[in-house]
Ligand binder design. Sequence first.
Ligand code: SAM
Length: 306
Amino acid sequence: MLDTYNRPVISMRISITPRCNLNCIYCHHEGITGSSKYEMTPEEIVRICALSARHGIRKIKITGGEPLLREDVIEIVDGISKIEGIEDVSMTTNGTLLEGLAGELKAAGLNRVNVSLDTLRPDVFSMISRGGELDTVLRGLNRAAEVGLMPVKLNMVVMNGINDDEIESILKRYPKGGFVIQLIELMDAEHDSEFFSKYFYDLDEVEKGFEEQADDVYVRKFMQGRRKYVLNGSEVEIIKPMHNTEFCARCTRIRVTADGKFKPCLMRSDNLVDFLTPMRNGADDSELDRLFREAVSRRKPYFRDG
Ligand code: SAM
């Protein structure tokens, strides 16, 4: 399905819980404001994913909160991975519970994971996550690679004065083959300009360096035109969403909140489309189809020219 800006909508990012066992200082909570504690049942999640697949969604990323906190996460992955038309099921996780669950997730049909890894220093990790233990994450991501949830993408939100000096060490430690490093510029989805201006780290210079040194550069057409660099045995992507009109122009994603709403854009909370209330009131698929189309029609590039 194309939106009104001619962007194909082929990927969905679905939050299955607002709960998290960490409390990272920079977290944008997937753009969810407020404090809803609602979660959908596995049946509701699979139903909305299947319906979206019939509208052309091909890739589903499961997120949270922390998705691995749900006791029925394996059932959810199993259900989503069996949907006709879904080609890629992935999950973004903080990795703290991954060591024990990676094997079952793989067996249930999960293709790969993104693990948040902002630092290799235990004290910095504890500060960023407000009390988390780095070692659990390192064990989790290694286990994910061992069971074949690959490539394991390591999400590093680069922050001024906190971890900007660790890019090289993370690249060196996690080489190409099993791992891809994603360097992410801090986003201001919570609209907290003080935090943002203090810690925002511009990755332009880093990217220029990569362009000069890289053995190969790829442009990922359906991933907001991101560039992927291969250098010194590592694979690295740079993600620069803020004020990036190209990023928005190439966005192919619709979001689903944990409490059952379509969310057309990470950066906005004023254009959500509730489908869970009608679903629980007995809406048939044609009514839910209409709500999906309504959500797609509300998609609008957040950063755009003019
Ligand atoms: N708990 C899971 C995790 O850690 O992946 C899923 C939720 S978390 C919000 C999803 C991803 O969003 C993480 O990789 C995190 O690094 C990224 N993220 C959160 N806040 C961000 C921000 N302000 N700017 C850029 N990325 C952010």
